[in-house]
Design a protein around this ligand. Structure first.
Ligand code: GLN
Length: 270
């Protein structure tokens, strides 16, 4: 079988971009090589790997879990089914967080529910003077995050904790989080790839705001005066998030859209 034939066959079953990326991962070819030399034969082990991946992708497994990695803000992070697949909309959380750190010489930052560590590692690398503490309930997720920080050269203090529980008296200039915010039973949970992701990272098992309420309620005890809380949420949770922030005593509660123009991150400061 040639590269061109393998690609054409896969496109009958899965998205064309996914088919091309999986073929590149399986064969080690670049996109340019696929375009320039579609008549190149695919050796048997690569063909078998590709065929297996195409079947699994067709059955819904996210591409990131098949190949074991995913890019976020220009860096490659290793992922496993123990962590959420990094999503581009989370870049808004990182950008807004970085804007709050400017001007603070040695900012202390807390990341709640760090998962693969994309937010904490991105902040640590973009702001090298920052002291990052990143928490997660899942030891397996923490192992993924620790590995990512090590590979990318980020200094992050990872700890196992149920939200704020293991923190003690520590306080921070900024708290960030991408918590589970999809409501139980939301049809989106059955969407492409989501059934393969850790459900504890996607849904609170309630109305979608349970973890956000907990994060907002506990933030003041761990923020320095003037400190900021920023968290990601669903497209229809901006107003509820601002109301929770204001009720908890946060000032300038505001919502930031993602690149698709959807409400995605809310925050405020003490
Ligand atoms: N943005 C993700 C989705 O809609 C959910 C991420 C999360 O729950 N933190 O698939």
């Amino acid at each position: 079988m040639t590269l061109g034939e393998a690609l054409a066959a896969a496109r009958q079953k899965i998205d064309r971009l996914d088919a091309r990326l999986l073929l590149q991962y399986a064969t080690g070819c670049t996109h340019a090589e696929l375009l320039a030399s579609p008549e190149t034969p695919v050796i048997a082990p690569a063909a078998a790997q590709f065929a297996e991946w195409v079947e699994r992708r067709a059955a819904g497994e996210p591409l990131a879990y098949l190949v074991g990695e995913m890019e976020f803000r220009g860096r490659v992070f290793q992922v496993s089914p123990a962590v959420l697949v990094p999503r581009p909309e989370t870049e808004v959380l990182v950008e807004e967080a970085l804007a709050r750190l400017r001007g603070i010489p040695v900012p202390r930052v807390l990341d709640l529910g760090t998962g693969s560590g994309i937010v904490a590692v991105s902040l640590a690398l973009a702001c090298p003077t920052a002291e990052l503490v990143a928490l997660d309930l899942s030891p397996v997720a923490l192992a993924v995050a620790t590995n990512n920080a090590g590979r990318l050269g980020a200094r992050v203090d990872f700890r196992e904790s149920d939200w704020y529980a293991a923190l003690g008296e520590e306080s921070f200039d900024l708290i960030v989080s991408n918590p589970p915010y999809i409501a139980a039973g939301d049809p989106h949970l059955a969407g492409d790839g989501l059934p393969f992701e850790p459900q504890m990272a996607l849904t609170d098992g309630a109305d979608g705001l349970a973890c956000i309420r907990h994060i907002v309620a506990g933030a003041a005890a761990h923020l320095k005066p003037g400190g900021w809380l920023l968290f990601e949420h669903g497209y229809d949770q901006g107003e509820a998030s601002r109301n929770l922030l204001t009720a908890a005593g946060f000032k300038a509660a505001q919502t930031f859209p993602d690149l698709a123009g959807t409400d995605r991150v809310s925050g405020g400061h003490l």
